[in-house]
Design a protein around this ligand. Structure first.
Ligand SMILES: *Cc1c(COP(=O)(O)O)cnc(C)c1O
Length: 350
């Protein structure tokens, strides 16, 4: 067995001709544009939004290529990471025939997207301390297994997964290994982007929604081989990233030097939260985090969650999630927000 992208792809996808947009056929920037049925006079809203945006977001990719040290043709941009997740399933998994492997407790969108696409899900739980079970994962692989989703640092547990285990799966699995690095900017762990040259079956996802502070824009990144990126580009909606979003992301990329400071601020707030929250008599454990949130074990997690809602402080109840009994997930806020949260928690009475 060896990785064979052509064989992995759903057969009908290879023969699809992509939608050819006006901006595909002529991508020059100067000229009189009478090709795309746009409004030549301008927009009904402030600013110039009357022209279709670049379908391949080349300006962003050029800048991002330098930031991430990867060629621009190995970058895909989606309407949130969620679009990349959905496109991967549609490209590689035949509904009600193929399957994916997910590793609970993990990010909910893998399962939702698989459900929408009618793709079978195999689950291999993480260990009690939220690490991979590589042998068990590989034992679940059959000839219909196309994708394995690995989230590191993991949501909702917050820890990073052992690198050696991920390499083991990359070496042994002939489908695509998706490493979701939504929280990588908060971790000292190097990105798996650097491993793309060695692993044609690797796809790394990151997002502008967390450390970059652009959740509202909806833009996520996928990094993979030129061949995999071509497939995602082939099946994506032509103009999946809006012009406004592209403008704002370009602006953010020019400020990339500031991200370290913001991340440091978030990490020191996380540290503060970790130190203070464990003092609560209702908190029995704070799981080690490499992300911008913490997972805690609490007595009466659901009641605490509801009590906090009454004070309009909203955290995430994860107590019904696999391996997360009695667990609550708290995003790191500003000092003011964290203090308000801790103060409210201290008012809780069993
Ligand atoms: C927040 C998050 C994302 C980001 O999703 P977007 O659609 O890019 O906002 C991806 N994966 C995980 C695990 C996340 O927690």
């Amino acid at each position: 067995m060896a990785f064979n992208l052509e064989k992995l792809l759903r057969p009908h996808i290879s023969s699809i001709k992509p939608y050819s947009s006006a901006r595909d056929e002529y991508s020059g920037k100067a000229g009189i544009f009478l090709d795309a049925n746009e409004n030549p006079f301008g927009s009904m809203a402030k600013g110039n939004h009357n022209r279709y945006p670049d379908p391949y977001q080349l300006d962003i990719k050029e800048k991002l290529s330098k930031v991430k040290q990867i060629p621009a043709n190995q970058i895909f941009l989606g309407n949130g990471s969620d679009e990349a997740i959905d496109l991967l399933m549609r490209a590689f998994c035949t509904p009600s025939v193929d399957n994916i492997i997910i590793l609970p407790p993990t990010y909910g969108m893998y399962e939702v997207s698989a459900g929408i696409n009618d793709i079978l899900i195999k689950r291999v739980n993480l260990t009690e301390d939220f690490q991979l079970k590589p042998k068990e994962i590989l034992a679940e692989v059959d000839e219909k297994t196309k994708l394995v989703f690995i989230c590191s640092p993991n949501n909702p547990s917050g820890n990073k997964l052992n690198r050696a285990d991920i390499y083991h799966i990359l070496n042994q699995f002939d489908g695509i290994v998706v490493v979701d690095e939504a929280y990588i900017d908060f971790s000292d762990e190097p990105s798996f982007i650097q491993d793309l040259k060695n692993y044609p079956n690797l796809l790394v996802m990151q997002t502008f929604s967390k450390a970059w502070g652009l959740a509202s824009l909806r833009i996520g990144m996928a990094f993979a081989s030129v061949e995999i990126i071509k497939i995602l580009n082939l099946i994506k909606p032509p103009y999946n990233i809006s012009g406004l979003t592209q403008e704002k992301v370009l602006e953010a990329l020019d400020n990339v030097k500031d991200i370290k400071q913001i991340v440091n601020d978030i990490l020191s707030e996380r540290h503060y939260l970790e130190q203070e929250i464990i003092k609560s008599p209702f908190v029995s454990h704070v799981f080690p985090s490499h992300a911008n949130f913490i997972l805690i074990k609490a007595t009466e997690a659901r009641k605490i969650y509801e009590f906090l809602i009454e004070q309009t402080i909203i955290i995430r109840d994860r107590s019904k999630v696999t391996l997360c009994a009695d667990c609550l997930r708290i995003s790191v806020g500003t000092r003011t927000e964290n203090k308000a949260f801790l103060q409210a928690l201290n008012q809780y009475q069993a």
